[in-house]
Design a protein around this ligand. Structure first.
Ligand code: M6R
Length: 364
């Protein structure tokens, strides 16, 4: 049932504050100001390396997690798309944890990768939205997301719930490795607990974003730029746009632009820049200015401070609440989802059932 919404995707985008809160409930103990994980039969502190494997949007959640595990837990992390993982003969040593992320828990490539990692002696952790799925059954550590059934082929709420679980896992890993003081853990719990309200604040810009759809809908190509954990968010923005609006889109690490894609820039290629205020802001903005200097049309997604500082010369800005860098990827998911959604609606495509795609990809 779509309720008051025109599409399942739209309904699922708007469910995010509630389902992220629901998911966080299982991973936060606000009274103790601690993060918590389900029981497991191994010690997180014994893990020497994490290998993250997934496909599509779930892969981008894993890419954000790589930044977090490295930054907070100083954990060495490997990351791969499931369809490549087995074939490159990855070196999987003792003490490794292999982490699989999947909405459906049935994606054939990811499941095959899981079985390969198990055969190679890895501990298996899974982040899945379907608790009865094959991956859930085959895990040593099951980390469920509580997004509820996701019907739209374009993944939205499952993604932000994956990020919530992965942030909590990052904090657990950091604690287990002695990299997190009680004070830092309290801060992380506080920031994560603010995520649902921040998602609501992001959703409040729905109409502004709808009004911008005409800036993107006529384009043949669109670029998304981000840095640090917002680089995977740029990739996710581009994936959402191409899968439901059929516009060719690419996500790029902001600093990598000048090594090639800048040649594409002209007034017909909208460039969406994801740049929350923070330590990476200045650098991303200077990449954005390189685009503007070449006549590129920029849509800047940032907070009020960022927009005040760098909004000039853009064709549009989308204002996000100012949030801690840890929850920025969750919050910045919303504008890229909404932009893809409204562009697809403007183009009249089949938003919930895009051509050539299936909700769960069960062939390798
Ligand atoms: O069920 P999974 O999370 O394993 O699915 C992985 C991808 O097929 C999925 O994320 C796909 O990329 C979506 N259509 C993206 O919106």
């Amino acid at each position: 049932d779509k309720g008051n919404h025109r599409h399942f995707m739209q309904k699922e985008i708007f469910e995010q504050p509630v389902v992220v809160a629901q998911t966080l409930q299982s991973y936060l103990r606000p009274l103790e100001e601690q993060v918590a994980l389900p029981q497991m039969d191994f010690e997180l502190g014994d893990i020497r390396r994490v290998t993250i494997v997934a496909c599509g949007t779930s892969f981008y959640a894993g890419m954000v997690a790589k930044y977090w595990f490295e930054q907070f837990a100083r954990m060495p992390v490997d990351l791969d798309v499931a369809s490549e993982f087995r074939y490159r003969q990855p070196v999987l040593e003792e003490g490794g944890l292999a982490l699989f992320i999947s909405q459906s828990g049935e994606t054939a490539d990811t499941l095959a990768a899981l079985r390969h990692a198990r055969a190679e002696g890895q501990k298996i952790a899974v982040v899945v939205n379907v608790p009865t799925s094959s991956m859930a059954r085959e895990a040593d550590l099951l980390l469920p997301t509580h997004a509820g059934p996701e019907i739209g082929v374009a993944s939205t709420k499952a993604f932000t719930c994956q990020l919530a679980v992965l942030a909590a896992l990052a904090a657990n890993l950091a604690r287990a490795r002695g990299k997190l003081s009680a004070d830092e853990e309290r801060d992380i719990v506080g920031h994560l607990a603010e995520a649902p309200a921040a998602l609501n604040a992001a959703l409040a810009h729905d109409e502004d974003i709808e009004a911008m759809a005409h800036l993107v809908a006529p384009a043949r190509d669109v670029l998304y730029l981000g840095r640090g954990p917002d680089y995977p968010m740029a990739l996710e923005g581009a994936l959402k746009l191409k899968e439901i609006s059929y516009i060719h889109a690419e996500g790029y690490a902001a600093g990598e632009m000048k090594h090639g894609p800048i040649a594409l820039i002209d007034e017909n290629v909208p460039v969406i820049v994801l740049a929350p205020s923070g330590p990476l802001f200045e650098k991303t903005v200077s990449n954005m200015q390189e685009v503007q200097a070449r006549g590129g049309k920029v849509i800047l997604i940032s907070d009020a401070e960022g927009i005040a500082q760098a909004g000039e010369g853009t064709i549009a800005t989308i204002e996000m609440p100012r949030v801690h860098p840890l929850i920025a990827p969750l919050v910045y998911a919303v504008p890229v989802q909404l932009l893809a959604y409204h562009v697809a609606v403007a183009k009249g495509t089949d938003v919930d059932q895009p051509r050539n795609l299936a909700k769960s990809v069960t062939v390798e």
